[in-house]
Every structure is written in C-alpha cells, then in structure tokens.
Design a protein around this ligand. Sequence first.
Ligand code: C5P
Length: 227
Amino acid sequence: MQYEVVLPAAGSGKRMGAGQNKLFLPLLEKPILVHTLEIFEQDNNCTGIWLAVKPEEKAFIEGLLERYSITKVKGLPAGGEERQHSVHSCLKAMKQVEIVLVHDAARPFITEEIIAQLATVAYEKGAAIAGVRAKDTMKKVRGTVIAETVERDNLWSIQTPQAFRFDLLAEAADVAEKVGFLGTDEAMLVERLGHEVHIVESSYENLKMTTQEDLLFGEAILRKRAH
Ligand code: C5P
C-alpha cells in the first residue's frame, strides 16, 4: 500500500538537554534525522516525505538531504509551536493522497514491516496506530500516594507511525484547529470525531530518542541490526 509520510522535525528537544535540535545528534556517526529519513527513502511504498522544520534550520536540513542522497522530500513547511501544529502545516501543504503516515522524526528504528501493516489497516479501516503492550504495573498517583492500580491487560504505550486516510486526518486536524483542541497524538484528533482507531502491535525497539539514555539504547539497537 503506497503512502506519503509526514515527519515532524521542528522540536527543540529540551528533555535531551543537548542545546540543539536533538535530531542532529549522531547515532553511530549519522544524525538521528538521517536514520529516520533513510527508512522512508528505502521503502518502495513511500511516495513522498514531508518534513516540518524550524525555518532557521531549513538550510542545514537541506544540506543533510543532499549529503545523504535523500530524494523523496516533497516539501519542508515551517513547523509550529506544538508538534500538532507542525504536523498540520505539512497536511496543509500536501496534495490529496490516499494514505498518510505521521511519524516522529525522533524514532529512527521503525521497520518497513510495521509501516506496511499500518498503511494496510489504515486503507481498510481509516486509522491505525503503532503501539506496544504496557510492560510495567501501572498506577495512578496523587501527590506521592497511589490512588489506583490500573488494570494492565488493556493498556498500551502508543508510538508512531500513525496512519490514516488522508481525508480523515485532514478533517480531524482542521476541526481541532478550529476549536483549539490540542492532542498528544494524531489519533486523539480522529477519536474526537467519533472514528475508530485501530492498534497495530509494534516493537519495543521503536524508541523515541527523548533523553540521553535513549542514545545508548539506540546505538545498541543499531549495532545489533548491523550484524
Ligand atoms: O519532543 P518529542 O520528541 O516528543 O517530539 C516528537 C517529534 O515532534 C520530534 O521529531 C520533534 O522534532 C517534533 N516536533 C515538531 N514541532 C514541535 C515539537 C516537536 O515537529 N513544535
């Protein structure tokens, strides 16, 4: 199933504490952003990449695209204050496609196999998101006191990619903008419209590079995959 992908890359990465966009940090010598781009560059089902970028970083990113021979980027719209705004600015710049994936540029370990499953389910049902089953015991805490232990069987940690019929996500993003709703992922916007969102079981390796220790885990994953 063919698709175009939106990669929000306009964050500041405060939790990484690197003093620069974390996507430019190297993982085994290549910037995180390039690892992510290469996955979609190499996936034959991917027909276009849209990158939301900070205007002041656009020239640097264009340099990376050239240096690493990334050819599928169709546009680099300016990102917004929140991730949701960055994604929306790509959706507004895109032409109509059947399936759109949204994937954090900070998740460089997604596999073609999971991408293909997501695109297929999105084509069949409208919306599909990647997730993994919660591993830890989950509790709600008020202050420092346990308020409730939540049943784990139905709990999932949600990742990206999140895949949608383009029309559905574009409408959901427009409605969210109109009413000023801010979600923490794209699925929330679609759920608000009353549309079912399906889960596709992903991998614990599909980490988001968020804090310093993630870089260590990330390098270990790359080394394992190189063998
Ligand atoms: O901060 P976090 O890692 O959760 O951000 C997820 C992705 O969204 C990152 O790839 C980041 O660059 C992007 N982002 C963005 N615009 C923002 C905030 C985050 O494109 N305003």
